[in-house]
Write a protein that binds this ligand. Structure first.
Ligand SMILES: NC(=O)c1ccc[n+]([C@@H]2O[C@H](COP(=O)([O-])OP(=O)(O)OC[C@H]3O[C@@H](n4cnc5c(N)ncnc54)[C@H](O)[C@@H]3O)[C@@H](O)[C@H]2O)c1
Length: 362
C-alpha cells in the first residue's frame, strides 16, 4: 500500500495529545516531516512519531517544498492557521487545520477561497462531531426523530478553567478567548446536529470581570493578568434564517455551580435531546406518556456507525480525512461549515463591541 506522507506543522500540546498519536493508528498515513519554531519540539516529535528518515524543520515553507508530502496538519496558534494552510494548499498539500479555522472571519474566508481555487481538501479539527453521542444524535436526526429543531443551547461553561499554558490568553495570537477556544466546538456541534449552518443575526456580549480577582482558584494554575487581553466569558443569542434560535454560552471563568464540557440542548417539534448529564438523553411524548430515552453506549448501541465502538473521535477524525483524500468518503467538517462557525464567532465579538445585533447578510 502506498502511504500518504504527512507533514506536522506545530508540535505543541494538540499535536502531541491529539494528532500524532492518532495518525499513528491510521495505517495509510506515515509522518515524514515535523516543523516547529522551537526546534527541540520538532526533533522530539520526529523521534517519537516519525519514520526513521523523518525530516525536521523550523520554517514551514521549507517543509512545504518537499513534493513527496501529500497532506499536512496545521497545529499552530490561531493567528497563523490561515497563512500556513493557504501556503500548504498552494504547494499542493491537503490540509487538516486545528480549530478554529482562523483567528478571524476574513482570514477564514481567504482560506476557503484558496481551497476552492486549488481544489485541495481542507478540513478543521472539530472532533466533537465524531463523539458517539453526537453520531447517535445525528443518525436520529436523519430519521426525523426530532422533527423541526427550532430552539437550542450551545455551551461550554467552565466555573474555573482558564488555560494558562500556550498562547490562549493573547488576542494577538488567538483572536479571542473562551468563545473562540471552547465556544467554537459547542456552536459547531449544535449546528451540526440541527443541520443548520444558516445564521441570520446574532446579539452578543463578552466579559472579563474576574480577571483581576486576587482569588483565582484556577485548576490550571494562576493566570498572568499582564498577558491576558481576551474575554473569559461570552454569550450570544443567535437567530437562524429559518427562525430557529440558539443561546450560546462559553466561559473559562464564571461564578456558577457548573463545570462542563461541550454541551448541546436542542428542542424539536417531535422530540428534544441534550447531553447535559454527560451523555445523550432524548425526551418526548409517546403513548400519551412523557419519556426519557437514555442511550447505553457501553452496550454497543452505536454499532451501526462504522468504527464507533473501536475508534476514539480523534482517530476517526484522521480516518475521515484519509478517506476524503483517497476519494473513499466525505468530510464531516466541511470548509463551508467551519467558515460559518468563524463568522458566527466574529458576529458575537462585533455585536459585543458595538452593542448592536450583527446581521450576517449585510
Ligand atoms: N480540537 C481541540 O479540542 C483543541 C484543543 C486544544 C487546542 N486546539 C487548537 O490547537 C492549536 C494549537 O494549540 P496548542 O494548545 O497545541 O498550543 P501550543 O502552544 O501547545 O502549540 C503550538 C505550537 O506551534 C508552534 N508554532 C507557533 N508558530 C509556528 C510557526 N509559524 N511554525 C511552526 N510552528 C509554530 C509553537 O512553537 C508551539 O509548539 C490552537 O489553534 C488551538 O485552538 C484544539
Amino acid at each position: 500500500m502506498e502511504k500518504l506522507r504527512v507533514g506536522i506543522i506545530g508540535c505543541g500540546n494538540i499535536a502531541n495529545g491529539k494528532h500524532m498519536p492518532s495518525i499513528q493508528e491510521v495505517d495509510v498515513f506515515e509522518m515524514v516531516a515535523f516543523c516547529d519554531i522551537i526546534p527541540e519540539r520538532a526533533e522530539a516529535a520526529a523521534k517519537k512519531f516519525g519514520t526513521p528518515d523523518a525530516k525536521v524543520y523550523t520554517d514551514y515553507r521549507e517543509l512545504l517544498k518537499d513534493e513527496s508530502i501529500n497532506n499536512v496538519r496545521v497545529l499552530t496558534h490561531n493567528d497563523n492557521h490561515a497563512e500556513i494552510s493557504i501556503a500548504a494548499m498552494r504547494a499542493g498539500k491537503h490540509v487538516l487545520c486545528e480549530k478554529p479555522m482562523a483567528a478571524n472571519y476574513a482570514e477564514a474566508l481567504e482560506m476557503y477561497n484558496v481551497h476552492k481555487e486549488t481544489g485541495m481538501i481542507l478540513t478543521i479539527g472539530y472532533q466533537h462531531k465524531l463523539d458517539p453521542d453526537v453520531l447517535y444524535a445525528k443518525a436520529e436526526a436523519a430519521k426525523d426523530t426530532f422533527g423541526e429543531m427550532y430552539y437550542a443551547h450551545a455551551n461550554v461553561v467552565r466555573r474555573r478553567g482558564v488555560p494558562t499554558h500556550g498562547a490562549f490568553l493573547m488576542k494577538e495570537k488567538q483572536g479571542g478567548g473562551a468563545l473562540i477556544d471552547v465556544g467554537t466546538h459547542a456552536v459547531d456541534t449544535t449546528l451540526y446536529i440541527m443541520d443548520n449552518y444558516k445564521p441570520k443575526m446574532v446579539l452578543g456580549a463578552t466579559f472579563d470581570k474576574l480577571k483581576h480577582n486576587p482569588e483565582q482558584g484556577n485548576p490550571l494554575g494562576n493566570w498572568d493578568t499582564e498577558n491576558y487581553d481576551v474575554e473569559e466569558f461570552a454569550s450570544g443569542f443567535l437567530v437562524m434564517e429559518n427562525g430557529a434560535t440558539v443561546v450560546v454560552e462559553a466561559s473559562w471563568a464564571l461564578n456558577v455551580r457548573e463545570n462542563t464540557g461541550v454541551r448541546y440542548k436542542i428542542s424539536g417539534t417531535k422530540a428534544g435531546l441534550d447531553n447535559y448529564d454527560g451523555f445523550l438523553k432524548i425526551n418526548g411524548v409517546n403513548n400519551n406518556q412523557q419519556y426519557l430515552h437514555e442511550v447505553d453506549f457501553k452496550g454497543g448501541q452505536v454499532a451501526f456507525v462504522a468504527n464507533a465502538v473501536d475508534d476514539l473521535p480523534r482517530v476517526k477524525e484522521q480516518k475521515v480525512f484519509a478517506n476524503a483524500i483517497l476519494g473513499k468518503g466525505e468530510l464531516v467538517t466541511t470548509p463551508e461549515s467551519a467558515l460559518v462557525v468563524s463568522h458566527i464567532l466574529e458576529g458575537i465579538y462585533i455585536s459585543a463591541k458595538t452593542g448592536k445585533p450583527y446581521y450576517f447578510n449585510d
